[in-house]
Design a protein around this ligand. Sequence first.
Ligand SMILES: [Zn+2]
Length: 420
Amino acid sequence: MSLISSADAQRAAARVMARCDALAEISATAGQLTRVYLSPEHLRANACVGEWMRAAGMAVWQDAVGNICGRYEAECADAPALLLGSHLDTVRNAGRYDGMLGVVSAIEIVQFLHQHQLRLPLAIEIIGFGDEEGTRFGITLLGSRGVTGNWPSTWLAQADENGVTVSEALSLAGLDGQKIAQAARRTEDIAAYLELHIEQGPCLEQAELALGVVTAINGARRLNCTFTGQAGHAGTVPMAQRKDALTATAEWMVAIEASTARHHPQLVATVGSLHCAPGAANVIPGEVRLTLDVRGPEDEALAALLADLLAQGQAIAEQRGVRFSTEEYYCTHATACDVVLQNALTRAVSAVQGRSLSLPSGAGHDAMAIAERWPVGMLFVRCAGGISHHPAEAVDEDDVALALQAWAQAVSELASTLAS
Ligand SMILES: [Zn+2]
């Protein structure tokens, strides 16, 4: 039994949709949605969301890193908070639900408590993070890292494409780069973090479910790889005597596809870029440089897959008489969602839609940064066709209503269990 009736949830969902539409109008580009960190549009979105928070009975402030924050007090003053949040920045030509859906849905939960004059054993805080996507400065999670305190001061010198540094952009937004540390919260002030987000993938749609519970946010490893063979005349070198770097690459790519599927259904591997030299129709390829991106919800399984793929690349190279080398240039660990939070979310989702689905997140989220300090849980909402980072991004209003019911139940249950 959810805190919010389905009729109330339906009305709240209509408001959520309208507010996502309103936020989508706050854009740097006419006819598209682009809203980057510390831009005038970001500050306008903060002001707008701050007004909604205030109307829901929250105390509102903008923190030192540019996040918009609201607090709804508990039964007792100064209680720790259950933190709800997501981001308000976007990619270029974005959809209107990625990030924003989580922020405006959270406001509806507090709005409901406020309307019914309910107080929970924990305070409820909401944060609309200023930067998750990293669109402007090429570094990500600036908002949530500000809250954890893991915000390296070297970021201040990072410049956008116009040469404006983070430090200058903070000043232009009325903030002070020397005071970023003030955005960091004390560990004891926050009990846990819950994020509602669109899935950005097709799994819920395929399962014909509106809601799912996230088990982990995928870790990722990226490598530059090279097959080096011998360039030669396409007309004169017999097939048996060739050291073709591209056919070695092709064989490896097919092996990557087959092996990854065999290792675990939740692991993914992609060769996304490939440069073939010398790259002429009448020359046997002498060198191929390619990238390999592998992701998965568990670091160990991901490492085992990667080791297997690299061993196969080596074996293929040896068999074909070419050289194989790799260099890893990017590694993020998988972020596990907290089991207590997952269980509460699973109960709540099962209550409103009959059953729940647990799934990993293939995309990164603010919860990755927050997990460095606090337990995190995530609720996924189905999005049409799994499409995201695109204007066609869409969610169903009925799904949002279900999400609000589940969210409210999980929040009220966790506010009791985590407080005791
Ligand atoms: Zn997002």
